[in-house]
Ligand binder design. Structure first.
Ligand code: FES
Ligand SMILES: [Fe+2]
Length: 377
């Protein structure tokens, strides 16, 4: 703690200092009072499952909120997602192979078409018919470099969309990706991401300091927290990167730091130069996978925009993942804290500390609202 929290709370309505990590509030009428750290997810959203480049014609196993799913690409390159369980003997289809457009179980070689129907049994006798057992098929989309799955009610598929990440393809943004695989409930991760006061943990690994929560907006689908921060990095002054490693050189200037929980994902911007997203794939109550995306804007380099597109594409590709070591360093620090929070919750579920960041009270409220909409709750 460095006193920044007290600066924030004096500018805002003081939350109940005795409020817990599972803050009481009006949301308690919307869902049974289960511990926040045991709540499910709202399945009626698109969840990231993999990076596009991770998916080929080999089966890829993923788990999305207790549901084992196998992904693969058909001959046209279209992603297919079906349940990862052979209806014959309940083994994992991801142990099998893909031939043509069909997924073949490793055990007896039954084949399943992309729509989940059984397409072939190698030893079917002449008088026997193909079994009618059908795999559950999941709506799947490929967008902005990622594969997205909709695990909810099929009629609602088009009512929501995967989080747009246009910077992934845009020539003026350099992207980097880190993966997060943390043995903790997803609420611990989103609270970490929305709480800029935890910058205390990262010290020399981030381009800003001294955050102060200025305002907060919340709805049934998102929480937007606006912090004022001090940045010591200017993208068009390449030398300023040295300030990251040599604190004595730091020259601060104010920058807005906006962070948003756009359920179920997270988006943040620091001024005009940086955007970071976190795409969530909650695995179960104590395991969360996510992709952390960092984009550096090249908008300030006006001369660059006049160069041939092919060259700009080359620069973008060449610099891809330049920030990954930095992201990995942040993730290691965060994962250590998140897993300790989870372990502490499991050991002492009633032990709760005061929450002084008002943004987190709204984040917890949103988690409860969305979990209450879970159709399989
Ligand atoms: S268990 Fe899959 S074909 Fe028999
Ligand atoms: Fe962090």
């Amino acid at each position: 703690m460095d006193g920044l929290e007290s600066a924030a709370v004096t500018t805002l309505e003081q939350p109940d200092a005795g409020s817990s990590q599972d803050s009481p509030g009006p949301e308690t009428t919307l869902a049974p009072k289960r511990p926040l750290r045991e709540l499910g997810i709202n399945l009626n959203h698109w969840y990231v499952a993999a990076q596009s480049k991770e998916l080929g014609t080999e089966p890829l196993a993923v788990t999305l909120w207790h549901q084992p799913i196998v992904l693969y690409r058909d001959r046209a390159g279209t992603p297919i997602a079906v349940e990862d369980r052979c209806p014959h003997r309940q083994v994992k289809l991801s142990e099998g192979t893909v031939v043509g457009d069909n997924l073949i179980c490793a055990y007896h070689g039954w084949q399943f078409a992309p729509d989940g129907t059984c397409a072939h049994v190698p030893y079917l006798e002449p008088q026997q018919k193909l079994p009618t057992c059908t795999l559950r098929q999941y709506p799947v989309k490929e967008q902005d470099g990622f594969i997205w799955i909709f695990p909810g009610e099929a009629p609602l598929t088009e009512q929501v969309a995967p989080l747009p990440v246009p910077e992934w393809e845009h020539l003026n943004f350099i992207g980097s990706v880190a993966t997060i695989d943390v043995q903790a409930h997803y609420s611990f991760l989103i609270e970490n991401l929305m709480d800029m006061y935890h910058g205390h943990l990262h010290q020399d690994l981030q381009a800003w300091t001294q955050p102060v929560l200025r305002s907060l907006e919340s709805s049934d689908t998102r929480v937007d927290a606006h912090y004022d921060a001090q940045s010591y990095y200017r993208i068009n002054k390449i030398w300023s990167v040295s300030q990251l490693f040599i604190p004595a050189l730091r020259q601060l200037h104010p920058e807005p730091l906006d962070v948003s929980y756009v359920y179920p994902n997270w988006v943040a911007t620091l001024g005009q130069d940086f955007k970071i997203c976190c795409l969530f794939c909650p695995v179960d109550e104590a395991h969360t996978r996510a992709y952390l995306l960092h984009f550096t804007s090249l908008q300030a380099f006006h001369r660059l925009h006049k160069l041939p597109v092919g060259f700009r594409r080359w620069i973008k590709n060449r610099l891809f993942n330049a920030a990954q070591p930095l992201l990995d360093g942040l993730v290691v620090q965060d994962v250590l804290m998140l897993e300790q929070e989870q372990q502490s919750f499991e050991q002492y579920p009633d032990r709760k500390g005061p929450e002084l960041n008002r943004a987190l009270v709204d984040v917890q409220r949103l988690i409860r609202k969305q979990a209450a909409m879970d159709p399989q709750r």
